[in-house]
Design a protein around this ligand. Structure first.
Ligand SMILES: O=c1[nH]cnc2cc3nc(NCc4cccs4)[nH]c3cc12
Ligand SMILES: [Zn+2]
Length: 371
């Protein structure tokens, strides 16, 4: 175990903890802003840090295609390259190959695909994915897996999960252990509790620094997602962090924390911010809507971010209508702060033993609407 995780408080199955990496500590439950091509789009690193984010996510698929893992390594690794001195988690590339590239082929050895950037041919294997993440100098390396397409019949889901588990063993063998660096396994099994249990026990036997729950947030819906988390958590080690990949909206995160999840990543706050969607305690608004054109109020009166301090909805509306680049920049900064404020609230609620009350307050505020 080279990535120390300490549990500081517990409220039911929910945990408040801290993950110690070579580039600093991560307070959990934590939300990781997505920094796909070595940038959190539209944000200077200092601004990302100012939102409260302590760890960001980088995408292996994008960086291996452009500028290339060896190039990032020659320029000092991802921390130096993008001027983010804090912890970095990189995903392993498999999910993005399947969702972004053309002409891809999966076999026991790995995936063959053509780049969506220039059509060049690539072959990604568990071993190469681990090597790329090492070249990037990721503090948390993700195992190379196959996110089982949804929906899938049980036999298909079992075959897919078994392949991911064989790949997980190859990743563990290829990973170079270093203090402050770690490897996370990824649980698969689609929407079948017995497959989720089999996958969790298989990964636990191999032993990882943390355990991600994959194969979810792929259209199964919130209720099924929560059921699969409940079917998985009991079979994962309690002394290691759990990471729910690709999640999610605020209420998804709250419910997942209540069920024992410690880490999250999602493009929602950044991608939707660029389209004009702003998160508030009372749900989301689209700033492009004409009703905001003359509104002098901030996005969210309860938000402490620089955007809500200094800018009116009417100004943000104008920026988006005029397609000014400052619009997406300001909304991204606000949305990331909104998510970090939620995470700080969850950590505090667990420490105070009032997580269920906090969850009810978040849900009630969101349902109130009228924003
Ligand atoms: O099993 C997985 N393995 C490795 N990466 C993932 C990323 C994931 N992201 C989502 N949902 C968020 C989405 C992002 C884009 C399309 S869906 N679900 C995910 C599942 C996996
Ligand atoms: Zn704000």
């Amino acid at each position: 175990m080279t990535l120390r995780y300490e549990r500081l408080a517990q409220d039911g199955v929910a945990r408040r903890g801290r993950l110690h990496t070579a580039h600093g500590a991560v307070n959990t439950p934590a939300f990781m802003p997505v920094g796909t091509a070595a940038t959190v789009k539209g944000m200077w690193p200092e601004q990302v840090k100012a939102t409260g984010a302590e760890i960001i996510l980088g995408n292996t698929y994008h960086l291996m295609l452009r500028p290339g893992a060896e190039r990032v390594a020659s320029l000092g690794g991802l921390h130096k390259f993008m001027n983010w001195p804090g912890p970095i988690l990189t995903d392993s590339g498999g999910f993005q190959v399947m969702s972004l590239s053309e002409l891809r082929k999966i076999d026991e050895d790995g995936v063959t695909f053509r780049s969506h950037v220039d059509g060049s041919k690539h072959h990604l294997t568990p071993e190469r994915s681990i090597e790329i993440q090492h070249l990037l100098d990721a503090n948390v390396t993700m195992a190379f897996d196959e996110c089982t397409p949804f929906p899938a019949e049980a036999p298909v889901a079992a075959e897919s999960m078994h392949r991911s588990m064989r790949w997980a063993e190859r990743c563990k063998a290829a990973f170079k252990d270093r203090p402050g660096y770690g490897l996370f396994g990824i649980v698969q099994g689609s929407v079948y509790p017995e497959l989720r249990r089999e996958s969790s026990e298989w990964l636990t036997r191999i032993g990882y620094d943390g355990y991600a729950i994959g194969g979810l947030a792929v259209g199964e819906g919130q209720e099924m997602m929560f059921r699969m988390i409940e079917a998985t958590i009991p079979f994962l080690p309690e002394d290691r962090p759990r990471y729910l990949m690709g999640v999610g909206r605020p209420l998804d995160i709250v419910g997942a924390v209540q069920r024992g999840i410690d880490m999250f990543d999602c493009v929602m706050p950044t991608r939707s911010g660029r389209t004009g969607q702003a998160f508030t305690r009372r749900g989301t608004i689209n700033i492009r809507n004409a009703r905001h054109a003359h509104d002098p109020r901030p996005i969210d009166a309860d938000c402490s971010c620089p955007v809500c301090r200094d800018y009116a909805r009417g100004y943000l509306h104008h920026l988006f209508k005029a397609e000014e680049m400052l619009g997406p920049m300001l909304l991204t900064a606000h949305n990331l702060q909104h998510y970090q404020t939620l995470m700080a609230g969850l950590r505090g609620a667990i420490e105070a033993g009032r997580l269920d009350a906090f969850a009810a307050e978040v849900a009630e505020a969101e349902s109130r609407g009228d924003i």
